[in-house]
Ligand binder design. Structure first.
Ligand code: GLU
Length: 304
């Protein structure tokens, strides 16, 4: 398979279609990024990298980091984790407070904000220096020192934290939060503020295409069984309340973030990261999603 030609074709088609959306404006520091940027990197399971467009430009990975934090926490708690957070698609906006109330403080899944806060809380219970350890972990997955926590983005979110703080207090009121709220929020905003480029992000997801074994870290990151579960969660919950549409149109497990990135895997074949800042009304990058749809159409295979 000539992946380089494939992604270049996809890139050209997207540039001529030029679908537009709106850059996330609720995190002021992200609102200022150049909306025209668009890049894509595909990494196969031999470690070959194929890239096009702005694939070497670092961007804010935001919620994509929730896959990394879940990966750190899952082996520490195993199935006990699922008494604190469910594994169902939410069908609601990612920062919904109403859903958390009528489901009595158990978030729908680890990727909506409430669920990710529970995961970050669990992480803080097991790791003494969470922010450093998350960065080290992702560097290890990518096989190089690539992670930078953008302090401006982190502070920007911290200064607009009312909703995430409300979610954390809500969780606490249902005894589903163990550590000090401020501390966990700081860790959460820091991991959301991680910047990486498409190549490193795709490399950091490679183990999920490879039954849990990372060819970059040269070790098993998750058991095959845990890796399958993380992929199932990405497929059903990785795209806010548009996960069904993504599975229908693209058919790959993946995770998006409001910075405009999407990381996805084709099990036993490759991992891929796509980035373009303009989002649709569900919070997913318009160009990234369209690019992955074109890619799987051209490949004429997906998961299904
Ligand atoms: N840090 C963002 C928030 O908590 C993450 C949003 C996202 O990428 O889904 O609102």
């Amino acid at each position: 398979m000539d992946y380089q030609t494939l992604i270049e074709e996809v890139y050209q088609e997207i540039q001529s279609e030029n679908p537009r959306g709106k850059v996330a404006d609720y995190i002021p520091e992200i609102a200022g990024v150049n909306p025209d940027q668009f890049g894509m990197a595909l990494v196969d399971l031999e470690g070959n990298v194929f890239g096009v467009g702005d694939y070497q430009v670092p961007f804010s990975i935001q919620s994509i980091s929730k896959v990394h934090t879940l990966t750190m926490v899952f082996p520490k708690f195993n199935t006990q984790l699922w008494s604190r957070v469910n594994v169902e698609p939410s069908g609601n906006p990612f920062n919904s407070i109403a859903q958390l109330e009528y489901e009595k403080g158990i978030p729908r899944n680890p990727f909506i904000n409430a669920g990710a806060l529970v995961i970050t809380d669990a992480l803080c219970s097991k790791f003494d220096h969470p922010v450093e350890q998350i960065s080290t972990f992702i560097n290890d997955l990518a096989g190089e020192n690539c992670v930078r926590v953008n302090q401006e983005v982190m502070n920007s979110e911290k200064n607009h934290a009312a909703r995430n703080t409300a979610l954390a207090y809500f969780l606490k009121s249902y005894q589903n939060f163990d550590n000090p709220i401020e501390q966990v929020l700081d860790v959460y905003f820091s991991h959301c503020a991680i910047e990486m480029n498409c190549v490193d992000l795709a490399r950091s997801f490679s183990f999920l295409a490879n039954d849990g074994y990372s060819i970059f870290a040269k070790r098993e990151i998750l058991t095959e069984s845990h890796a399958r579960r993380v992929n199932a969660l990405m497929l059903t919950c990785g795209f806010y309340d548009e996960a069904g549409e993504f599975a229908y149109r693209v058919g790959m497990p993946g995770k998006s973030g409001v910075g405009g990135g999407v990381a996805a895997v084709m099990p036993h074949k490759f991992s891929i990261a796509v980035w373009s800042p303009e989002l649709n009304e569900k919070g997913n990058s318009v160009k990234s999603i369209r690019a992955l749809e074109l890619l799987t159409d051209k490949l004429s295979f997906s998961l299904f």
